[in-house]
Design a protein around this ligand. Structure first.
Ligand SMILES: Nc1ncnc2c1ncn2[C@@H]1O[C@H](COP(=O)(O)OP(=O)(O)OP(=O)(O)O)[C@@H](O)[C@H]1O
Ligand SMILES: O=P(O)(O)OC[C@H]1O[C@](O)(CO)[C@@H](O)[C@@H]1O
Ligand SMILES: [Mg+2]
Length: 512
């Protein structure tokens, strides 16, 4: 019977000033009597050091109560001028609030207004609809008796008072980077949420990513125009990589009188959002910047999970099923599926855990090798002898170092500066074929690459709900005058400072 055992702790302690990381490994056993195995460099049979529940803790944040260390730019991986934007507040018992910036940080004496929700028939009857001004969410929820309370983020949600009058709000929405299921739902719920909750009806779509701020017309958006878009994949606004010109973007925001900017995108996009925020602040503009993290790779460590991830994992099952059918219908059949995941194997790993038909899952976090004891070839040999067929899932970023050794090609980059990856699926297919040929072993291998199929679809029901709540949290925060990345932290929606969301883009998730 199948089971998956999580977790084999493997700790990596860095020097005091450096990053501390702890990985928790996973053993996966597939359903059909086949133990899924990942070849490891330490030859540990059946054990895969995987990112399922791993930890990424920056030593500076973890080693509280040294607040000075937290304020230290290098400890936060920040440039010196960025450290000026960090807002840390101490409380009792080692409590730290890593706060998000607010308009009043640089524009004093701004007037406030009662939140229109208090007169809204759907909301005003709900007890405690507004969050308390000092509600915060802990970054870590696993604690020990004597451990400090640790780092907290400001809780997301509607505030009693807002910093914009509804009729003066001019909002815009942009989507950047690769596609992800749920983009249209977030767009829809931003437009509808602004209108239905805050009576804001001046909302514009920026076309084709960041460059659209300065090179395209702004599209007026209404609840009517976005009514059905959540049923479609992709983004109705278009997206792109590259083209982030901070000055031109902020010039346009300023010239057009935009005062709320909603930016949906991955790690690169959040970095861009932070640059925009800083420029807005330098110019003293009354503009709130809200980042909504979109990363199908699920690689922003501080948040629990990114929207669209569940949908992608679900869709990946179709490819894995097909690979299994093909493999099990042939003698010595191998089904090989490549899934997205540039630096992190979350989609591959979760799809593997969900399927139970996968014998071997290869991810970037855990280097593997082909030949010799504990290598992939040995395992392929064994599984074919035991079971006559096998299924391999590989994340696109896995084995890149191995491919580079066998096919030396100069690094190439996309328009955003991301390294273009070599096709590990195709490479593995040839390598396994050559190996079997050298062993005079008859075999069939079918390579399935559903890369764009799993991200170009509409989001499923649970992702739709998640997207809706994220959009609403973003609106509440912007109306309250904050600038932030919104995200779920330990099950609670939170306003995360940009400096945290852009430095926690690693492949290991936090513990707790
Ligand atoms: N360091 C940076 N500073 C300013 N802008 C950036 C930075 N990195 C990326 N960007 C901009 O952000 C946008 C999206 O970046 P990128 O293509 O890397 O995708 P992403 O947001 O990381 O999403 P994903 O990788 O999930 O597709 C691009 O327009 C890019 O120019
Ligand atoms: O081919 P594109 O559009 O650049 O996107 C591919 C990349 O986008 C991602 O899906 C992230 O959005 C990565 O997993 C992948 O490497
Ligand atoms: Mg990215």
């Amino acid at each position: 019977m199948a089971s998956s055992h999580i977790i084999l702790p493997k700790e990596e302690e860095a020097e005091a000033e450096a990053e501390a990381e702890t990985r928790l490994g996973t053993v996966v056993e597939a359903d059909h009597d086949s133990p899924a195995q990942l070849p490891l460099q330490d030859h540990a049979p059946g054990k895969a050091a995987l990112p399922f529940s791993a930890t990424c803790v920056r030593i500076s944040r973890d080693s509280y109560p040294n607040l000075r260390a937290l304020r230290n730019a290098s400890a936060l991986n920040l440039h010196d001028d960025d450290a000026a934007f960090v807002k840390l507040e101490e409380g009792d018992y080692g409590y730290v609030l890593d706060d998000v910036p607010h308009l009043t940080d640089y524009i004093p004496d701004l007037p406030t207004y009662p939140n229109p929700l208090q007169d809204h028939p759907a909301y005003s009857t709900v007890k405690q609809y507004f969050v308390n001004a000092d509600d915060t969410v802990p970054e870590k929820v696993v604690v020990q008796k004597n451990s400090p309370r640790g780092v907290h983020f400001r809780r997301a949600g509607p505030r009693q008072r807002v910093y914009f009058e509804s009729e003066e709000v001019k909002a815009c929405i942009v989507t950047c980077g690769g596609l992800c299921p749920g983009l249209n739902t977030v767009i829809r719920e931003l437009v509808c949420g602004l209108s239905h909750m805050y009576n804001v009806n001046n909302v514009f779509g920026i076309q084709n990513g960041y460059k659209g701020f300065y090179s395209s017309n702004y599209l007026p958006m209404t609840p009517k125009s976005v009514n059905d878009i959540h049923k479609r994949g992709g983004t109705v606004l278009g997206t792109s990589r590259g083209g982030h010109d901070t000055k031109k973007i902020v010039d346009n925001i300023q010239d057009r009188g935009i005062n709320q900017v909603y930016i949906i995108g991955g790690d690169g996009t959040q970095k861009g959002a932070y640059e925009i925020y800083k420029e807005i602040r330098r110019r003293g503009l009354q503009v709130a910047v809200a980042g909504i993290p979109k990363t199908i790779d699920n690689d922003i460590a501080v948040i629990d999970k990114s929207f669209g991830f569940d949908t992608a994992v679900e869709e990946a099952q179709r490819a894995i099923n097909a690979a299994h059918v093909e493999a099990s219908s042939a003698e010595n059949g191998i089904g090989l599926v490549k899934l997205m995941g540039r630096y992190s194997g979350f989609i591959a790993m979760y799809a593997t855990l969900a399927s139970r038909d996968v014998d071997c899952c290869l991810i970037p976090e855990s280097p593997f090798y082909l030949e010799g004891e504990g290598g992939l070839f040995e395992y392929v040999d064994r599984r074919l002898k035991e079971n006559n067929h096998m299924v391999i899932v590989v994340a696109e970023g896995a084995g890149q170092d191995l491919i580079a050794q066998s096919i030396p090609i100069a690094d190439q980059q996309d328009a955003s500066g991301n390294k273009l990856l070599l096709d590990v699926g195709l490479w593995l297919t040839h390598k396994i074929k050559d190996y079997c040929k050298s062993k005079k072993m008859e075999m069939t291998i079918k390579y399935i690459d559903p890369t764009y199929m799993i991200r170009a679809i509409p989001s499923n029901a649970s992702d739709n709900v998640y997207c809706t709540l994220l959009a609403h949290s973003a609106i509440h925060g912007a109306m309250a005058g904050y600038s932030f990345t919104v995200g779920m932290v330990n099950g609670r929606h939170s306003y995360i400072p940009f400096h945290v969301s852009i430095t926690s883009t690693v492949s290991f998730r936090k513990q707790g």
